[in-house]
Design a protein around this ligand. Structure first.
Ligand code: PLP
Length: 608
């Protein structure tokens, strides 16, 4: 075995990257048809050959008779040449998927259990027969799985918030999976840890975060999987810091604050962190204040808790709430709790990305005073799932709560020698020990798109959302009840469009039901997929633009779908109302307007 010094003098290994198209598919005419695959019935019979009878009733002996020679059970699981060949199959599959994605209905029309019914109850005892098990599995992905997925990368997916994908985001995931390292400490993979330190500072600067949150300014950051983890880790850090001050026995007195628009993940984090359910304060918001958290109401809540002997602990403010992308006023909120020992965390899961654009920097004005800030680059910054960046002003609070020191086995003397603040052991910044090398993907995205590229991406979506908003406002049947924020438009059919009676009654129940039916109708077309929210008692449809493949034409088409379906839904509602009026009028003479006429007119309208 060469000594360490000999290794250091060795020339770097040379790699050959084939540049030819050899072995890859040519032409797109035949969608998914180029693989030679085992017929499914045969494959199933063989897969089930370990059972006493097979799916089609034949005996194991029959199955064996139709089976080609079994592949060896000692296939090397990691083989460079085979990886190259299989990798091409998968890359071609994904590329074909993206080429044809617009042909799929965005949301599948499947019933629960549809997939389980088509798959065997147990895993195959042996590898798939034939010489290409992966190709056979990919055929099942195509035939069985894709028909049942919601196509999140469809250019017509406008629901929730997007999970943006990019070539380098996906390939970064592949690279991470291929290297498959576990950088739980610096020593466990020094470059992975250091890349995470560098890339989180890069991202923080790109988002115009305050210097105090960056490593370069005394803070620091990590890459987690989700915003919920970021909330939990920071809450636990705040809790332990506070309990060290007031005594562990007072955990039941700790109170956390958020608004009624805060993501439900925070409630989950609070429960896990041991906050009493009764000490979870959800401050009500209103339409008048744009569903933002009011500093005045927060102040009153904090004072009331203190007066009752409870201990304010944590405020979760949001930049870009899930229902309407509302932005809580950070500066005022921080000023409100200043001096009360409250940890302020900012959940900017979606809208943090917009801060790459200087014109959106105002959304985080006042962030200099916050204790932590998190955003999901997998939502709007081209970093495929999963990736949540969490910055903290005082990393030592995090490591005090989540660090462990019984792990001498993990320590490396070379990392102990480091001067200054020591090396980062990321296991002490998160819940688990093991972790993924997410920094590689984010680094690729930042390198390959550059901050300007990301700005252009975000701005294109914001422009499309503004165009959608204009189209909604130009149709008198609709309203935009809350101002568009970023690339999210919340809209609804007006009460008046639902009929004079509804408008007069001023009751939201019926318009809400009408809008719910509209959303169902839009989504059932498969040509657009949107989601909904109920804010201040009113039901709104949410059109969130943020997918990499979405172009302006998709947004216009989505609006046409909404208009078409609105016409149908309104006509149906008018018929129902008319029938109700007739029934009331004709209570004494029920034969005057046979209900069937209304049914007929509705049907002929729907079919016209
Ligand atoms: N916070 C906000 C504002 C969100 O919109 C979401 C999800 O969309 C979350 C938190 C939850 O994110 P995660 O799934 O990363 O925990």
């Amino acid at each position: 075995m060469p000594s360490t010094s000999a290794i250091n003098k060795m020339p770097p290994p040379s790699y050959s990257f084939p540049l030819t198209d050899e072995g890859t598919r040519s032409g797109q005419e035949e969608y998914y048809t180029t693989w030679e695959l085992t017929p499914r019935s045969t494959a199933m019979a063989i897969l089930n050959h370990g059972d006493t009878t097979t799916a089609n009733g034949s005996s194991p002996a029959d199955a064996a008779a139709v089976a080609p020679a079994m592949p060896s059970l000692v296939q090397p699981p990691l083989d460079a040449d085979e990886f190259r060949r299989q990798g091409r199959l998968v890359v071609d599959f994904i590329a074909d998927y993206y080429t044809r994605i617009d042909e799929h209905p965005v949301r599948p029309a499947v019933a629960p259990g549809f997939l389980a019914r088509q798959l065997p109850d147990t895993a195959p005892a042996r590898p798939e027969p034939g010489d290409d098990a992966l190709a056979a599995a990919l055929r099942d992905v195509r035939d069985l799985i894709l028909p049942g997925v919601t196509h999140w990368q469809s250019p017509r997916h406008f629901a929730h918030f997007a999970a943006t994908a990019s070539n380098v985001g996906a390939l970064g995931e592949a690279l991470t999976a291929g290297l498959n390292i576990n950088p739980f400490t610096w020593a466990a993979s020094p470059a992975a840890t250091e890349l995470e330190v560098v890339v989180t500072d890069w991202l923080g600067k790109a988002l115009h975060l305050p210097e105090s949150l960056l490593f370069s300014g005394g803070g620091g950051a990590t890459l987690l999987g989700t915003s919920c983890e970021a909330m939990l880790c920071t809450l636990v850090a705040a809790r332990d810091r506070k309990l060290a001050e007031i005594g562990e026995e007072r955990i039941g007195d700790l109170v956390v604050y958020c608004s009624d628009q805060t993501h439900f993940s925070f409630q989950k984090a609070a429960r896990i962190a041991g906050i009493r359910r009764g000490n979870y304060r959800e401050i009500p918001t209103s339409r008048e204040s744009g569903f933002t958290l009011s500093p005045k109401v927060l102040r009153a809540a904090v004072r009331a808790d203190e007066a009752a002997g409870r201990v304010p602990l944590f405020l979760c403010a949001t930049v870009g709430t899930t229902p309407t992308a509302a932005v809580d006023p950070l500066r005022e909120l921080c000023a409100t709790v200043a001096g009360h020992g409250v940890w302020v965390h900012v959940d900017a899961a979606y809208a943090g990305a917009a801060c790459v654009c200087p014109e959106f920097r105002h959304a985080i004005a006042g962030a200099e005073a916050v204790d932590s800030f998190s955003t999901n680059p997998h939502k709007w910054l081209l970093a495929n799932m999963d990736c949540c960046a969490l910055w903290v002003r005082r990393p030592e609070a995090l490591t005090a709560a989540l660090g462990t020191d019984h792990d001498v086995i993990l320590k490396d003397p070379s990392s102990e020698r480091d001067c200054g603040r020591g090396v980062v052991d990321y296991k002490d910044w998160q819940v688990a020990l093991s972790r993924r090398f997410r920094a590689l993907k984010l680094w690729l995205v930042l390198r390959c798109h550059g901050v300007e590229g990301l700005r252009g991406f975000v701005r294109a979506h914001v422009r499309m959302a503004a165009a959608f908003e204009d189209m909604v406002r130009a149709d008198a049947r609709f309203e935009v009840p809350v101002p568009r924020q970023f690339a999210l438009v919340c809209f609804r059919l007006r009460s008046a469009a639902a009929g004079e009676k509804r408008a007069r009654d001023g009751d939201d129940a019926e318009p809400n039901e009408l809008n719910r039916r509209l959303l169902e109708a839009v989504n059932a077309t498969g040509r657009a997929y949107m989601s909904s929210a109920v804010v201040g008692g009113i039901y709104v449809l949410r059109c969130a633009i943020g997918n990499s493949l979405t172009e302006e034409r998709h947004v216009r088409e989505a609006w046409c779908v909404v208009q078409e379906q609105a016409t149908v839904v309104l006509a149906a509602a008018a018929c129902t109302e008319e029938r109700a009026v007739h029934s009331a009028r004709c209570a004494d003479a029920p034969a005057a307007v046979p209900p069937v006429q209304n049914e007929v007119s509705l049907h002929s309208f729907l079919n016209s």
